[in-house]
Design a protein around this ligand. Sequence first.
Ligand SMILES: [Ca+2]
Ligand SMILES: [Ca+2]
Ligand SMILES: [Ca+2]
Length: 615
Amino acid sequence: MKASKFTTSIIALAVTAAFSAHAADDRYIIKVDESKKGLVKALAKKLGGELKVDGKGFIAASFAGKDLSQVKGLLNNPHIQMIEEDQRRLPLSVYSDTAGNPATTQLTPYAVVQSQADQVNFNAGAGMKVCIIDSGLDRSNQDFIWNNITGTNDSGTGNWDENGGPHGTHVAGTIGAADNGFGVVGMAPGVDMHIVKVFNEAGWGYSSDLAYAANICSGAGANIISMSLGGGGANSTEENAFKAFTDSGGLVVAAAGNDGNNVRSFPAGYSSVMMVGANDNNNAIADFSQFPSCTSTTTTGKGKNRTTTTTTDETVCVEVTAGGVDTLSTYPAGMATSASMSADGVAYASSAMENSGSVTANTFYMGTAESTNSGANGNVCLIDRGVISFHDKVQNCQNSGGVGAVIINNEAGMLSATLGDTNATTIPAVGVALEDRAALLASNTVDIAIGASDYGFMSGTSMATPAVSGMAALVWSNHNGCTGTEIRDALKATAEDNGAAGHDDYFGHGIVKAKAANDYLTANGCGGGVTPPPVEGGDITADASGYKAKGKNKVDVTWSGAATSSVDIIRNGSLRTTTANDGAYTDSFRTSGSFTYKVCDQGTSNCSADITVNF
Ligand SMILES: [Ca+2]
Ligand SMILES: [Ca+2]
Ligand SMILES: [Ca+2]
């Protein structure tokens, strides 16, 4: 078999979420001697401050363009006790993981709740099987029903049940981690899986030919192929393999890519493959999630007969999204680093920043920890994010005699970060969510433990893809007379619109909702609703194809889905003609240029997407 372009271009689509330190706003709280507040207010005003709040013993003011150290420098006055950033208070995350220790408690990743997978029962007897083309599934993780899992060894990458890095094990947990009281729970808990290992940490092995892998999945009896990978360039051999899998009733799901641009990745870019983007736990798009355009351009003919046709096709862009930012899932045993933290005996979500270890000590609030402070000696430092690097904060805590550090986010959500490549600290350091700040500052003692774990976080469209693959298996298991394409259509029809109103390049149809899809199929059968789901721009689909004949420019406009007995043909924003709703109209003219067509229900603004033809 001819080696494909993927041989050198497959990239496992995971990223490590990176955050940089920055001040949240230009607003500061200035604590003052109450009797001298008027003097401080006057001083602040004189120095360019704008008074925001006049409180008892403090004022809040904004200093445009000034960071904390600059404001401290300006307001060097004996009547000022302290200056700190006025933190934004934002709504709590819409969805969050359950907190706790996965070694002893089963945690539910936020995406399971966000996508309603916890509201649908997986029918284990329906014969669903998901084929995962990735870096292998490591047998050391106990959170799988191993009797339901098979795989194919590859002489280039080795045994399928030995990890080639944690990526494939993480992906598999999102699809099918068992519902067993510990670890995590997958979208389709315990679903049959077939593992094809096409890459590992050392390289790409002898074969990363996805067409070959697709045939293995087919031979293994899989209904669904899940690929958390991609690269540039289409390849007809692979496209044909995935089309064949889809045409025979299967479903193929692949990642949009993590470069945060509008490049179309393959295999996700093939029409037969469902492209998945990533959202976070606040229903926002992940900043890394790629957003290729849904329009594609084809050119035919040469010279004077050259015509370019632009068509809108929602199968070449993101179709849906699911949670893929800080996704908790399975790792090869001990390969993840996890943190647990409690304050005064209450567990709080935390993320491991650096340095393993376990400490219990009294708390000491260290502000932004810009310098050492003897008060930290023997204590766990509670530190606000901002102004200086995470590493320097922890270093200042340690140099003050601190035994552990808790860095509190300054924006909504969990602080997930590391101390950087040149870490000189040794005390355990964790990040925590801004939402827990008040409770932590009020606490007396804190326990922190950082150590090796079988469960950990990854971010990427790689994490959103298995969420959708798993939910497809979950929904399909309750409607196993349907085809993969019908399941795909149901997931799209019932996805929750987010971002720009209606279908958009980032979310496609929106965030997958498993219960809504399941209910939709129950109500309407595999073929979907009698009334197609509402899609921005109406439900008319149209195409336009330009060519030359007898010296004239001709454009064949075709359409379907119009509701009125006649339709309006709109060209460059103006009514060209009103014609019978028979699905076809041929335009004819002599002028050259760019012509954009759309087809509308007569007299309405319910129209197809624009199609551009150039002469
Ligand atoms: Ca479990
Ligand atoms: Ca596609
Ligand atoms: Ca949208």
